[in-house]
Design a protein around this ligand. Structure first.
Ligand code: PRP
Ligand code: URA
Length: 207
């Protein structure tokens, strides 16, 4: 259930993001662009609805994605950096927010905010977070959403560590996971190596 999207455009932009000298503005723009590109693969099997339309020359039936059923769920803060890229593709989607931070000592996720739309069982949720390190934050977010009734969830991350993939796929074997890269390992502070540093700090300039 794990797909590593190795498209050259995504790899190119991710390399630019990884470079330590890449400034905040460029980092944010690159993340936005990669999020948009990843959606192309994530939505490959999305259901279509046939509607009747009229072109300038004829009536016909044609397919659309019913995007008002889609909920984009950024894990705060860093997930916010991927949200606009998805909203450009699904302008009618809802956005639900999950506030989680990783306690620097215990590395356990701490929940501080959650606001979701109603009818969670009828919607398709795309959970976004650039970093999947120990997997604690993403796994906790998926559990929280399932407890709120969500039935169809996709997890979309930028960079993953093997440990994070292992934890999420063990805890949630039913959830498809899309990543742009699976890196080598975690360091002693559970940062992804080589990774790109602290995604939230690089998006929001909080160094
Ligand atoms: C980062 C990142 C993930 C989490 C990944 O968030 O955006 O949510 O760490 O680590 P994990 O897989 O080990 O749980 P952080 O806690 O730094 O919060 P922030 O987005 O507010 O900076
Ligand atoms: N969170 C980040 O922002 N980066 C990492 O490498 C690990 C967790």
């Amino acid at each position: 259930m794990v797909t590593e999207i190795k498209h050259p455009l995504i790899q190119h932009k991710l390399t630019l993001m990884r470079k330590k000298e890449t400034p905040t503005k460029d980092f944010r723009e690159l993340l936005d662009e990669i999020a948009m590109l990843m959606v192309y693969e994530v939505t490959r099997d999305f259901p279509l609805k046939e509607i009747e339309i009229e072109t300038p020359v004829a009536k016909c039936k044609s397919n659309v994605i019913v995007d008002k059923n889609i909920v984009i769920v950024p894990i705060l803060r860093a997930g916010l950096g991927m949200t606009n890229g998805l909203l450009k593709m699904f302008p009618n989607a809802s956005v639900g927010h999950i506030g989680l931070y990783r306690d620097p000592k215990t590395l356990q996720p701490v929940e501080y905010y959650c606001k979701m739309p109603s009818d969670m069982d009828k919607r398709t949720l795309i959970v976004v977070d650039p970093m999947l390190a120990t997997g604690g934050s993403s796994s906790a977010a998926l559990t929280l959403l399932k407890n709120k009734g969500a039935k169809k969830i996709i997890l979309m991350c930028l960079v993953a560590a093997p440990k994070g993939i292992e934890v999420v796929t063990n805890d949630h074997s039913d959830i498809p996971v899309y990543v742009a890269a699976i890196d080598e390992k975690l360091n002693d502070h559970a940062y992804i190596i080589p990774g790109l540093g602290d995604a939230g700090d690089r998006i929001f300039g909080t160094f």
